[in-house]
Design a protein around this ligand. Structure first.
Ligand SMILES: C[S@@+](CC[C@H](N)C(=O)[O-])C[C@H]1O[C@@H](n2cnc3c(N)ncnc32)[C@H](O)[C@@H]1O
Length: 207
């Protein structure tokens, strides 16, 4: 396992070779890692992590009690995937584009409880963001949640895209103890109201 400063150097080198994919010059800090995993625990079930990089969020997941074998790490960069494989040998590390998630089998068809995403969605075309979310939600159980961080002032998934996929985004919190400051959003399926749940206002004919 590399120490913190060699991880920072590895991350910086990866950014130099592919700035659009890596999209940050340094790995996320501990405060952001703690925030993005704050709602998951050992009871969440299998968890997918997208764009783990050097594994800052992965280590925070383990610290929350999540078992390593319940993690699938989806990382496009071969330099990061090799390190993740070495550091977390019991997790399932896949070196692949997260936009192709729909076609892979994970956790023997047990649906995941959460997705933790460090992907740079703001630098991706809307069609790619659509494929990533569609694929991720195909692996998530009905009440599962997708956690995404951003350096931007609002949710990095646009409202029309959320509407198209039947999703809603909720601001979970932000931290200034990160370079740069960042915020986390929870993205979930919208609840579909069943007819029986719609309360009809009583009338004289229908008290
Ligand atoms: C901003 S870095 C975040 C890394 C780490 N989660 C952190 O917070 O320090 C973005 C990560 O997403 C990965 N990535 C970018 N595009 C990807 C894609 N299409 N599929 C999978 N991983 C991708 C990059 O290689 C990089 O590891």
């Amino acid at each position: 396992m590399l120490n913190r400063s060699s991880e920072t150097l590895q991350f910086f080198r990866a950014w130099l070779s592919d700035p659009l994919r890596v999209a940050a010059v340094t790995p996320s800090g501990r405060a952001l890692a703690a925030l993005i995993v704050s709602e998951v625990s050992a009871e969440t079930g299998p968890i997918l992590e997208l764009g783990p990089g050097t594994g800052v969020f992965t280590r925070a997941l383990l610290a929350r009690g999540v078992a390593e074998e319940k993690l699938a790490l989806i990382e496009f960069g071969s330099e990061f995937a090799a390190k993740l494989n070495a550091d977390f040998p019991r997790a399932k590390t896949l070196c692949m584009d997260a936009a192709r998630l729909r076609s892979v089998e994970l956790f023997d068809d047990t649906p995941a409880g959460a997705v933790i995403s460090g992907l740079p969605l703001l630098s991706m075309p809307p069609r790619t963001v659509y494929s990533i979310l569609e694929g991720a939600f195909a692996h998530l159980r009905t009440n599962g949640a997708f956690y995404q961080f951003t350096y931007g002032p609002r949710c990095p998934v646009s409202r029309p895209l959320l509407d198209r996929l039947g999703l809603k985004a909720t601001y979970l919190g932000g931290t200034f103890a990160n370079v740069p400051p960042a915020a986390v959003y929870r993205i979930q399926r919208r609840k579909i109201l069943r007819i029986a749940e719609i309360r009809v206002r009583p009338t004289a004919d229908n008290p």
